[in-house]
Write a protein that binds this ligand. Structure first.
Ligand code: TXA
Ligand code: MG
Length: 350
């Protein structure tokens, strides 16, 4: 398949291009598009065949449900059985935005889209190009992150081209995304809303709107016996090709420990990479490849750069990577959740 790549001005997209992209979706094809979190791999959410194609293009297990993206709150009614009071308040506070909510699905949504579940995940992205594209596509776009299964989610169009060229009809290039980590997922089908995947919208932010929120314990602890409630969270995701370990402790212990570890690994003949921060990268001059995620004081920069840095290590063919760890306040919880998954939960206490 020949993939058309089109550059769009994300704030002021060319409607003709988006109409063309919408037509592809309506006729059962696939289009990758930018959102404020990561790039999505879009297909018609109400067409079972399109969902099949999405799974095939990503190489993703078909029991892992897709998020349905909408562009207008009025379109929610048709795809869910009911809209709980909590959801109305959350939508008002955070939509459009990086929040995905899980509802009981209506008959309109095929099981192919929900991975066989009776629930459906829905999100309205805060991104002009994404919203207009969804409108042109008929209002319901199923979209997982636009990476091949197991690779880090794409934060620039080049990542999408790398993974999906030849597998989708069109890629809309809207430049670098704003957030860089996938949306927060909250399940509203239980008595107390539960976070299934942490993201930019934190538990504290949700609590200010709906009072009570829990977090799926299975995603916080590697040794949990319970399976995560979001099927996708059980897969080792975002995995770099090299072995990645996270070093935890206070900053001075961490940097000293990484300095020792990297020298040992080099002596053992490995090509060593370090993931550090602006404040610390100069301490790792002995490593083969050193990358900074940004300043420790700028959590948003760290989130935005994480996936790009993980992909860069693959290109450099590093075999051993050590990463500093991050606090778990605010977005730190989402950053650590993705980093721990990338590391297959290999943690070294400094
Ligand atoms: O920011 C995002 O959410 C991006 C952009 C493109 O919007 N999308 C994204 O999709 O991250 P994906 O497919 O990579 O991750 C969706 C996650 C998976 O872990 C999946 O298991 C979970 O959402 N999920 C989807 N529907 C669900 C449902 N009905 N119940 C529980 N988990 C669900
Ligand atoms: Mg994904």
């Amino acid at each position: 398949m020949n993939t058309i790549v089109v550059t769009v001005d994300k704030e002021n997209p060319d409607i003709k291009v988006l109409a063309q992209a919408g037509d592809i979706i309506k006729s059962g094809g696939l289009v990758a598009f930018p959102t404020e979190t990561v790039y999505g791999l879009g297909g018609d959410a109400l067409n079972a065949q399109s969902s099949h194609k999405i799974y095939a293009a990503k190489g993703r297990p078909s029991d892992n449900p897709l998020i349905v993206h909408i562009c207008d709150i009025k379109d929610l009614d048709a795809i869910v059985e009911e809209i709980p009071e909590f959801a109305k308040r959350l939508a008002e506070a955070f939509w459009p935005g990086p929040l995905t909510m899980i509802f009981r699905k209506s008959e309109k949504v095929p099981y192919e889209t929900t991975g066989g579940l009776d629930t459906v995940a829905v999100r309205m992205p805060e991104h002009k190009t994404a919203l207009e594209f969804i409108r042109q596509a008929g209002g319901y776009v199923a979209a997982p992150s636009a990476n091949v299964s197991g690779r880090p989610s794409p934060t620039i169009a080049d990542h999408v081209i790398e993974d999906l060229s030849g597998r989708v009809e069109m890629i809309l290039d809207g430049g670098e995304v704003g957030i860089g980590l996938e949306s927060t997922i909250v399940d509203l089908t239980e008595h107390v809303p539960m976070i299934l995947r942490p993201g930019y919208i934190t538990a504290e932010m949700l609590k200010t709107v709906i009072g009570e929120v829990t977090i799926d314990q299975a995603i916080l602890h590697a040794d949990s016996k319970e399976a995560p409630k979001a099927p996708g969270m059980k897969y080792r995701h975002y995995a770099p090709k090299g072995s990645l370990s996270i070093v935890e402790g206070n900053m001075e212990q961490v940097t000293t420990r990484i300095q020792h570890l990297l020298i040992e690994a080099k002596q053992a003949g490995r090509k060593v990479g370090v993931i550090g921060t602006d404040e610390t990268v100069s301490l790792y001059a002995d490593a083969d490849v050193i990358k900074s995620l940004g300043s420790r004081t700028d959590e948003e920069a760290i989130a935005r750069h994480l996936y790009k840095v993980l992909r860069e290590f693959d290109e450099e063919e590093v075999t051993q990577i050590y990463s500093e760890s991050f606090g778990d306040n605010k977005m730190g919880q989402a950053i650590m959740n993705r980093l721990l998954k990338a590391a297959g939960h290999q943690i070294i206490q400094a």
